[in-house]
Design a binder for this molecule. Structure first.
Ligand code: NAD
Length: 468
């Protein structure tokens, strides 16, 4: 099937250059999409700019209702969107796969619809009237990755339009189909030009991040690209939200119960096959329970099926793209060569598709690339420690800081240690939990700015003070 490569001013556009999007489970085509060129991208920006004054001037209740209607539309088309997502991204339909992602997209949209834009009064009496109003910024460029394409699209689009901005979204070239379909469906709830989409190569991203008519860039992707985005946006002083890579550490204390924590550790690390920004990517386990934790993880892993996302009992699918597949294989091979022990998995699954099994790597150490780099795949290094201070220091040695966790039956101690982790979100006895009402974002090279809830909404607004 051929999908529109752009939605501009409310209309789908079918260009002449087609790109085949591969299904990572089979290598066959998930669909083909008309690639947007720079001229079409300029038209998308112009459409968003033209729509901005009218959208910004609407009564706020109308924008709230439109965003709520978007949530209805996502729910009405949930199964169609989920199937498309599985076809292009690879994730399973069930578990924390496509149906979960589409459900989350609807839930985040509905929550965002209910957020308010209050006027705050600093002083309001005979001596002075000072009020703080919130104003939208203009046209927002939304640039998304391939791991959670629909959820991340919603995280960027919904607060932007809820606040009164208009949007041009550019999805990853690996997973454009579900985003373009989503944007096409949402046109029924929004005036033309409020939400536009362009599918195409990375160069379209640079066009957006340097364009003088873009007021803000909301970017989710790798730290390396985030640096380019910031540099590109500097000449026009754009507002930025950068949600970048992570290398989250989890620290298991000696008093933790290995059986009780195995499932939480496993899904903290392997959700979406590890292709998740805030997945647990380095597991530090105290020497006294190291073997017991490894055994419990290996036993849990044996109960999880990796297979084509279309098979209803698959809990994990293939890796999304070949580059990522090769990276995971290389990191595991290098760790093994450096003396680490592969407890389960450890080599690509034979046959069609980008399948790599759940891989647990014991005796991993800082200095190994599997520990020091973001693997972004189903291979978890398990690092032995004997001094918790040293484990915290090793966790904080990473240049990134998205999430982190501490696992213990002593909650007070775990809280104290969790607060010592240099990261945007620290969890106790879980990893990766996020909510639409709670801010989420990174520190250090994981980026800046937060998403979700009132704090996330404020990233799409400027304050205007009125003295009268
Ligand atoms: P990526 O940086 O390669 O690409 C992300 C997006 O940026 C794509 O749409 C791409 O086309 C676009 N792009 C590429 N070059 C660009 C440029 N010069 N200017 C503007 N746009 C450009 O990232 P990816 O491989 O798609 O995603 C994986 C990365 O994303 C991982 O590092 C992961 O940790 C990170 N991520 C972070 C979060 C978070 O919330 N912090 C969430 C999901 C993923």
């Amino acid at each position: 099937m051929t999908y529109a490569g752009a939605i501009i001013g409310g209309s789908p556009e079918y260009g002449e250059t087609l790109s085949i999007i591969a299904n990572p489970a089979t290598g066959d085509a998930a669909g083909e999409i008309a690639i947007t060129d720079a001229a079409a991208c300029e038209r998308a920006i112009a459409a968003a700019r033209a729509a901005f004054p009218g959208w910004a001037a609407k009564p706020d209740a109308e924008r709230q209702a439109a965003v709520a209607r978007c949530a209805d539309i996502i729910e009405e088309h949930a199964e169609e969107l989920a199937r498309l997502l599985t076809a292009e991204q690879g994730k399973p339909m069930n578990g924390t796969g496509s149906r979960f992602e589409v459900g989350g997209a609807a839930a985040w949209t509905r929550h965002t619809a209910g957020l308010v834009l209050p006027v705050e009064y600093v002083q309001d009496d005979d001596a002075a009237h000072i009020a703080i109003h919130r104003r939208p910024l203009g046209v927002v460029a939304a640039i998304t990755p391939w791991n959670w394409p629909l959820m991340i699209a919603i995280w960027q689009i919904m607060p932007a339009i809820r606040a009164g901005n208009t949007v041009v979204i550019k999805p990853s070239p690996f997973t454009p189909l579900s985003t373009l379909k989503l944007v096409e469906l949402l046109q029924a709830a929004l005036p033309p030009g409020v939400l536009n989409a362009v599918a195409g190569p990375d160069e379209l991203g640079s066009l957006l991040t340097s364009h003088p008519d873009i007021a803000k860039v909301c970017f989710t992707g790798s730290t390396a690209t985030g640096r380019k985005v910031m540099a590109s946006a500097a000449p026009t002083l754009k507002r930025l939200t950068l949600e970048l890579g992570g290398n989250d550490a989890g620290i298991v204390l000696p008093d933790a119960d290995p059986q009780a924590i195995a499932e939480g550790l496993f899904w903290g690390a392997f959700i979406n096959n590890g292709q998740t920004c805030a997945a647990l990517k380095r597991l530090f386990v105290h020497d006294s329970i190291y073997d017991a934790v490894c055994d419990a993880l290996v036993a849990y892993a044996a109960s999880v099926k990796t297979g084509p996302g279309t098979e209803e009992d698959s809990a994990l699918g293939p890796l999304q793209n070949e580059m990522q597949f090769r990276k995971v294989a290389r990191l595991v091979d290098e760790a093994r060569a450096d003396g680490a022990r592969v407890l389960t998995g450890g080599s690509p699954t034979a046959g069609a598709g980008l399948f790599y099994p759940v891989t647990l790597v014991a005796d991993a150490k800082p200095g190994m690339a599997l520990v020091d780099e973001e693997q972004f795949g189903p291979a978890l290094p398990i690092i032995r420690y004997s001094d918790v201070g040293e484990a915290i220091a090793a966790a904080n040695a990473a240049d990134v800081g998205l999430g982190g966790s501490v696992w213990s039956s002593d909650i007070d101690l775990a809280r104290d240690l969790a607060l010592q982790l240099e990261c945007g979100t620290a969890w106790v006895n879980k990893h990766g939990a996020i909510r639409p009402d709670t801010p989420f974002g990174g520190v250090k090279a994981s980026g800046f700015g937060v998403e979700f809830g009132p704090h996330g909404l404020s990233e799409f607004l400027s304050l205007q003070v009125l003295h009268d």
